[in-house]
Design a protein around this ligand. Structure first.
Ligand code: MTE
Length: 306
């Protein structure tokens, strides 16, 4: 887990492939602009004036993708072996259009937009990441979910030949890695299906060819390398809840007031940082996105539905 202090990388290097010359300034201005602009609200919502884009080498080399191993460096070292073309996605359950679809056909005619999001892992580290993605609602609506679709479940690829973590003796995960959202969460404008990073194609270790991103929830909800989308009536059992229900729930909304049984969630380590408390900052309710999503949980006891 020791990340080491990385030298301060000039913003111009991190963002060389994007149009923004001074992101830090841009983020600060955007945060101030949010209230006044509907257009900016999804792309820059939740960003705080002191948020700075996390260096690309950290975003792409410090990962959780247990299919490739449990060390943070394992996905970067092993994920190149995953074949992502062709990529077929099975759509099933409570929808009018179901079956096997080629990934390219699903996203045909859609443009990925840049969304700079705060990203908070349940392990209490955080980043700020310039994702490229498509609104999840746009993707899901094309399958015409029926009135019985109350939740949507996502599953990751199972391919032990290419994913050493799936055949590891030490793995206690019942593959495939599974996650889910309530339909109204999935249709929230902040929810995206990510296809790129730093203006480039999504690297395998970050979940190529596409992965979920729901920035107000802990990172484990953002399931990677998705091959199955299922519309269901009942709440799906997500992988981490299945592993340890006393520690991980279905909702997983970022919440500084509800501690993990083994550590506090009141603050987080913003990467780059050493393991020992440098660059620590308070964690915000819903990871800073309360204005956009708190209404989804009105009347719910968030200590119970954690
Ligand atoms: N998706 C799959 N299939 N397997 C995983 O192990 N880890 C989750 C999530 N999605 C995971 C996954 C966790 S715990 C986190 S914090 C994020 O991916 C990490 O995303 P990143 O590596 O792009 O930062």
């Amino acid at each position: 887990m020791l990340i080491g202090k990385s030298p301060k990388i000039p913003t111009s290097e991190i963002t060389s492939e994007t149009t923004y010359l001074n992101r830090r300034k841009f983020i600060g201005q955007s945060a101030a602009l949010i209230a006044g602009s509907g257009l900016l609200s999804s792309a820059q919502a939740g960003l705080q004036p002191d948020d700075e884009i996390t260096p690309e080498d950290i975003v792409t080399q410090f990962n959780n993708f247990y299919e490739f191993g449990t060390d943070k460096s394992d996905p970067f070292e092993n994920a190149h072996a995953m074949t992502t073309d062709p990529w077929t996605v099975n759509v099933s359950g409570e929808a009018k259009k179901t079956g096997d679809f080629a990934f390219e056909d699903i996203i045909k005619g859609m443009t990925a937009e840049e969304r700079i999001y705060r990203f908070r892992c349940v392990e209490a580290w955080s980043m700020v990441v310039p994702w490229m993605g498509i609104p999840l609602k746009k993707i899901l609506e094309q399958f015409e979910p029926t009135g019985n679709a109350k939740y949507v479940e996502f599953k990751t690829l199972v391919r032990p030949d290419e994913m050493p973590g799936q055949s590891s003796f030490f793995s206690s995960i019942d593959w495939p890695y599974t996650e889910g959202l309530r339909m109204d969460e999935a249709y929230n404008p902040l929810s995206i299906m990510v296809t790129g990073l730093f203006g480039k194609e999504l690297p395998n270790q970050n979940g190529a060819p596409w992965r979920l991103m729901v920035p107000w929830k802990y990172g484990f909800k953002s399931v990677k390398s998705i091959v199955s989308i299922r519309f269901v009536e009942k709440e799906p059992l997500n992988t981490w809840q299945q592993l340890q229900a006393s520690e991980y729930g279905f909702y997983a909304n970022v919440n500084p007031a509800v501690s993990h049984p083994r550590w506090s969630q009141a603050s987080e380590r913003r990467l780059p940082s050493t393991l020992f408390n440098t660059n620590r900052r308070p964690t915000l309710p819903f990871n800073g996105y309360a204005e956009e999503v708190a209404h989804l949980y009105k009347g719910m006891d968030l200590k119970k539905f954690f």
